[in-house]
Design a protein around this ligand. Structure first.
Ligand code: C2E
Ligand code: MG
Ligand code: MG
Ligand code: MG
Length: 275
């Protein structure tokens, strides 16, 4: 009955608000205590399973809630502008990691970091990122930037400008979650993108749907025509990998090849993977 349903909706809304309030109350201290961790997920070549790079994904080892997913806290941080501090923390962690790898002779594995759309509104973002990589002795092609497609939606000039300035500083720009929502061919023709990451749902829905496969084929061919590297996200099964081969999508990321994992585990995977 409606009354009951409304009551439980009400309760879950309240629980959500309490949860959000609690994470807002603890976030600053958590950052100081380094309760945020950076996991790495391999990006691979579909035909050889060679590891071509990694994506850095944040995890929060919360004192009360245990490991919580970025899907639960990133949107909250984006609302209260704490996101920039957290992203700076992640980017710097990744820079330090890349510098360590270099000193151990591990090279040629670029790591992508996620850049929130709200980070793009920070005027000094391109300079900040450039001084960060310089301080760690890195070049821009070692730290790729994943910018989610929704960042392009608000058609203000500021966002494309920020992306263009990052590109001028020679960062590699990856369009994250392509096909997830408001994909616009406009963004493809206007923005200097280097990599297109096909959203997980795109692949999932195409699997048993010839019409969607045609659309996917078209998008992959178009990306190639534009000299973009195409990476399929969320590859979980051999069947999906087979479809990617059929469609000519050469790169992938997903549980089939490796889950997001701590750095040490990633390095072990890298050592064991085909060269
Ligand atoms: P994303 O950037 O699209 O990252 C891919 C997400 O898909 C990750 O979720 C990853 O764990 C998950 N994934 C990878 N392979 C598979 C698969 O085969 N199957 C399924 N079902 N999922 C897979 P995660 O780590 O929970 O992150 C969620 C989102 O949170 C990310 O989506 C990204 O938008 C955001 N995020 C994560 N870390 C950061 C960060 O440091 N900064 C910012 N601003 N956002 C972040
Ligand atoms: Mg991403
Ligand atoms: Mg993605
Ligand atoms: Mg995503």
């Amino acid at each position: 009955n409606f009354g009951q349903r409304f009551a439980s909706y009400d309760r879950s809304m309240r629980e959500k608000l309490i949860f959000e309030q609690k994470i807002v109350n603890t976030m600053v201290e958590s950052l100081q205590r380094e309760e945020f961790l950076v996991y790495l997920q391999p990006k691979v070549a579909v035909d050889t399973s060679r590891i071509i790079g990694a994506e850095a994904l944040i995890r929060w080892k919360h004192p009360e809630f245990g490991m919580i997913s970025p899907a639960d806290f990133i949107p909250v941080f984006e609302k209260n502008s704490f996101i920039y501090s957290v992203d700076l923390f992640v980017w710097e962690k990744v820079c330090r990691m890349l510098r360590d790898w270099k000193s151990k002779g591990i090279t040629g594995i670029p790591v992508s970091v996620n850049v929130s759309r709200t980070d793009l509104y920070h005027e000094a973002l391109p300079e900040t990122l450039t001084s960060m990589i310089t301080a760690y002795g890195l070049s821009p092609e070692e730290l790729h930037l994943e910018i989610t497609e929704s960042a392009y939606v608000q058609n203000s000039r500021q966002l494309p400008d920020a992306i263009r300035r990052l590109k001028e500083m020679e960062f590699i720009i990856e369009m994250d979650d392509f096909g997830s929502g408001y994909s616009s061919l406009n963004t493809l023709s206007e923005l200097p993108i280097d990599v297109m990451k096909l959203d997980r749902l795109f692949l999932y829905q195409a699997e048993n749907d010839p019409r969607r496969q045609k659309v996917m084929q078209f998008v992959i061919d178009l990306a190639k025509e534009l000299h973009l590297q195409v990476i399929a996200e969320g590859v979980e099964t051999e069947d999906q990998a087979g479809l990617l081969r059929k469609l000519g999508c050469r790169y992938a990321q997903g549980f089939l090849y490796g889950r997001p994992m701590p750095e040490a585990e990633f390095l072990a995977c890298l050592a064991a993977a085909p060269k």
